[in-house]
Design a protein around this ligand. Structure first.
Ligand code: BTN
Length: 247
């Protein structure tokens, strides 16, 4: 499973855009598309993803037999795979996950994950786009960033080395998920940031505050509101409230 070939590009507009072009052409093979640099890296919510040489940009494009509900669990699979890469190359660093798929260390963002997908005549396709800050920590995301080189204190791990680790960890985490999402959910919770803490969730124009109580069976964030109500959040940006008291 997921042993598909890799195509490396010196530079490309975006590995996710390339995946989408292949799907639109009506004919595509399951593939990892990897690049040394991107000229138009895509981030979430239409943002740019800065993509300098030295970082890793890769998209796993594959046919997916699961339902849309299954596809919505892929952010957890992907985040765990990226966290595994950081674990493999660092010591004594706590790499945590912010719901659903932000990988961070000491509050600094280490990677970005953008998952796109759609229906085919039979089944569906997904493009799991992963950017890993290997030797650079691009700024401008409105929050601190870091990279593998900073965590290690050297520049020994190249994007190619990081990619080979990612390929293996993604395969492992996807297989774990395909057996039972409960394994993924538990593994994710072990690395969860802000569990049991006050968080603010922005959903469109709405801001919701409450205690992050856990992740539900479908991956939804369970938030206990001040009035005691438990709500399930299925999308949104999560911000940890640190020095603010909720009254
Ligand atoms: C985010 O905004 O946090 C998600 C960023 C996702 C970036 C990766 S880099 C590889 C793939 N190709 C893209 O253009 N975007 C994703």
């Amino acid at each position: 499973m997921l042993d598909f070939p890799v195509e490396w590009f010196d530079e490309i507009d975006s590995t996710n855009a390339e995946a989408c072009r292949r799907v639109q052409s009506g004919q595509f093979d399951d593939v990892w598309i990897a690049a040394q640099a991107q000229s138009m890296g895509r981030g979430r919510l239409g943002r740019e993803w800065k993509s300098p040489v030295g970082n890793l940009f890769a998209t796993a494009l594959f046919r997916f037999d699961g339902t849309m509900s299954d596809a919505s669990k892929l952010p957890f699979v992907s985040a765990l795979a990226v966290a595994d890469v950081f674990d493999a190359f660092t010591e004594n660093k706590i790499v945590s996950l912010k719901w659903p798929n932000d990988v961070q260390c000491d509050g600094s963002k280490l990677s970005g994950i953008l998952i796109e997908g759609g229906l085919l005549e039979s089944g569906s396709w997904v493009a799991v786009g992963i950017g890993i800050n290997v030797s650079e920590a691009p700024e401008g995301l409105g929050r601190p960033t870091s990279c593998l080189a900073k965590l290690r204190g050297d520049n020994v791990v190249t994007p190619q080395i990081a990619f080979e680790e990612l390929r293996q960890s993604f395969k492992h985490r996807f297989t774990e998920f395909a057996n039972d999402f409960e394994n993924t959910r538990q593994a994710w919770l072990q690395r969860a940031d802000a569990l049991g803490e006050q968080v603010a969730v922005s959903r469109g124009n709405e801001n919701i505050e409450g205690v992050f109580e856990g992740v539900g069976k479908s991956g939804e964030m369970l938030l206990r509101l001040l009035n005691g109500e438990l709500v399930a959040i299925t999308a949104g940006d999560v911000e940890l409230i640190k020095e603010r008291t909720i009254t």
